[in-house]
Design a binder for this molecule. Structure first.
Ligand code: SF4
Length: 306
């Protein structure tokens, strides 16, 4: 690997040989951590309005895909797309309704991939089989929201699942040969640097294919915002985040795709850290930090595994 990390763009270029755009979809699913099955509070940082351009607008899946394809074809000349079922928990429904929503992609020859984001406790063999059934025609990934391997921190986030739920979901998903992506939050105030590196080492030993990194961020109208108003929550500075990402990726094997190094958020809802929306600068600084260290993704993997 000549680059400092295995980027998602590089992965997609390798698969399709051309630019591919991910279309973010809100298929109208709910989440057991919001609808009262596990909790009504949700994760303390959760405000799906902050993520999805479509949340709350109640457009159907077909309309969302049609509009996005038209927009990106015109704007950037992109011809291939991935349908990304992103908002809330996209396996949290009965099989019939899941199939109906996922099957919408079959109406679009431009769609080449199916990515499904969900919680690790919202999956079972029947659902995995259904998702696996798209594998022959599409590039298929399931992205699990894990955030950390530390159960106490998961509790502090009010995630209402455990690390073990996640490892079980990974085993089941890999049994059907589906790619697994993991969402992680860096900069959780309850974790030390050593805890974060432990997350990296544990993940480096699992059969996962991708990792998506986020910085802990505060949106308006969330529990975390209330906590922050009562007592400011310590969030990483841009400089701290850059170092943390490099330390983390040095411990991640270089065949694991880095689906994202930093997320961005709708400025209307974002309280902090505001620097996260300067994505390009953060990504540049991460590359420069690797270059100044003379390291890259996977640099410490052999040392850790000895
Ligand atoms: S699991 Fe996802 S959708 Fe559900 S409350 Fe947490 S962040 Fe929100």
């Amino acid at each position: 690997m000549n680059e400092t990390y295995y980027s998602f763009n590089k992965y997609l270029r390798g698969k399709f040989g051309e630019r591919v755009h991910r279309i973010s979809i809100d298929a109208g699913f709910n989440c057991p951590n919001v609808d009262g099955v596990l909790s009504k509070e949700g994760c303390i940082y959760c405000d799906n309005k902050g993520f999805s351009a479509y949340a709350g607008k109640a457009k159907d899946v077909k309309t969302q895909i049609t509009e996005s394809i038209e927009y990106y074809k015109k704007k950037s000349g992109i011809k291939k797309f991935i349908a990304y079922f992103q908002a809330f928990s996209n396996t949290y429904s009965d099989i019939k309704s899941l199939k109906e929503k996922y099957d919408t992609i079959r109406q679009f020859p431009e769609i080449a991939g199916l990515f499904i984001s969900t919680r690790p406790d919202c999956i079972n063999e029947e659902k995995i089989k259904l998702i696996g059934s798209y594998k022959n025609e599409y590039l298929v990934w399931i992205e699990y929201g894990l955030q950390t391997t530390n159960d106490q921190a998961l509790q502090a986030l009010n995630r209402n699942h455990t690390y073990e739920n996640f490892t079980r979901a990974v085993t089941l998903t890999r049994k059907y040969g589906i790619n697994v992506g993991v969402h992680l939050i860096l900069g959780l105030p309850w974790l030390t640097h050593a805890d974060t590196m432990r997350d990296a080492i544990l993940l480096s030993k699992l059969d996962i294919q991708g990792i998506k990194l986020h910085v802990l961020h505060i949106f308006k109208d969330t529990k975390l915002y209330q906590m922050h108003k009562e007592r400011p929550v310590k969030l990483p500075t841009q400089k701290e985040y850059i170092k943390m990402v490099c330390d983390f990726l040095e411990r991640i094997p270089d065949n694991i795709v880095i689906l994202r190094l930093i997320s961005s958020a709708n400025p209307k809802f974002l309280v902090a850290p505001l620097w996260m929306n300067d994505k390009n600068s953060v990504i540049d600084c991460i590359k420069k930090e690797f270059m100044s260290r003379g390291t890259k993704q996977g640099y410490l993997v052999k040392i850790n595994n000895n």
